[in-house]
Design a protein around this ligand. Structure first.
Ligand code: ZN
Length: 283
């Protein structure tokens, strides 16, 4: 089954009078959604009790949880103090994920910081492997994200390189980011299929099927990602409609997290409805 859900709580959740993330689990289930990505981009600040409570409610309402790790992590850094702080943020993400029962941690690789991309991605690879060896726990999968800015580490090939031959790592394929950093190359189902075929070639069919996905429409410039948009955008794309036939063709079961600007749950539901309508037509 494909799971659909939002990145964090959209404003309408709070406007309806809710205050706590644990309450979002029933709210999402009532909407028809079944995944949620907890946002720790600005640091992991959640205490154990709050994490446990989110976990309990997620379980009760059949919401698959993932956690977005802090943006400060740079797996490719050479500076010893930045290595240490990146490890600390990785570790805190792991602990919080474990407490809430999140099985996936989405994480940014970082940036080359003046070094070549090739050297930088090799360092990131070693950093990630060492971290995973150290925690020695396969119940939380780390998911390096395909990034939206041209200068960031984490293009499609780099993400495949990080994930190849390691069961503890799955890609977060952010199609909006990919489209933004390649200035609009995802226009048709065939364009999406090319991406999926590269993934199958790099990490295998089974792991491609269960990958982590971020989807949103994103405004871009020469440098790549500029701003997350909503499904109302008809200029930049990419459009979820074009991914659906590929999901169907390869029998994919990813977790799809919507990162629309302020309408992440609303648009996650739109994605799910589009997918279900396509499946009905097919039968
Ligand atoms: Zn991200």
């Amino acid at each position: 089954m494909i799971r659909f859900g939002p990145a964090g709580n959209e404003p309408s959740f709070y406007e309806q009078g809710y205050k706590n993330t644990f309450e979002a689990m029933k709210w999402l289930q009532d909407m028809g959604l079944n995944a949620y990505e907890y946002q720790s981009g600005r640091g992991v600040n959640i205490g154990e009790q709050a994490a446990l409570k989110i976990g309990e409610h997620a379980k009760k309402h059949d919401i698959a949880l993932s956690l977005h790790a802090p943006y400060f992590i740079n797996m490719a850094t050479k500076e010893p103090d930045k290595v240490q702080s990146s490890l600390m943020h990785m570790h805190k993400s792991y602990i919080a994920a474990k407490q809430m029962g999140a099985t996936r941690v989405c994480v940014h690789t970082g940036s080359p910081m003046g070094d070549t991309r090739e050297n930088a991605i090799k360092r990131a690879h070693i950093f990630l492997k060492n971290f995973l060896d150290d925690i020695d726990d396969q119940s939380v999968i780390f998911c390096p994200e395909l990034m939206g800015k041209v200068n960031q580490l984490g293009n499609l090939e780099e993400v495949i390189y990080l994930c190849a031959n390691d069961e503890r790592i799955l890609p977060t394929i952010d199609f909006g980011h990919l489209n933004a950093r390649t200035h609009g190359t995802l226009k048709t189902p065939e364009d999406f299929e090319r991406v999926v075929l590269k993934l199958i070639n790099g990490i295998g069919l089974e792991r491609t099927r269960i990958m982590h996905v971020h989807f949103s429409q994103i405004e871009y410039t020469q440098g790549g990602e500029k701003k997350h948009l909503t499904f109302e955008d008809d200029k930049y794309g990419p459009y979820f409609q074009d991914l659906i036939p590929v999901l169907y063709k390869y029998d994919m079961k990813p977790v799809i997290i919507c990162e629309s600007d302020n309408t992440m749950a609303t648009d996650a539901l739109k994605s799910k409805i589009m997918y279900e309508q396509y499946m009905k037509k097919d039968l």
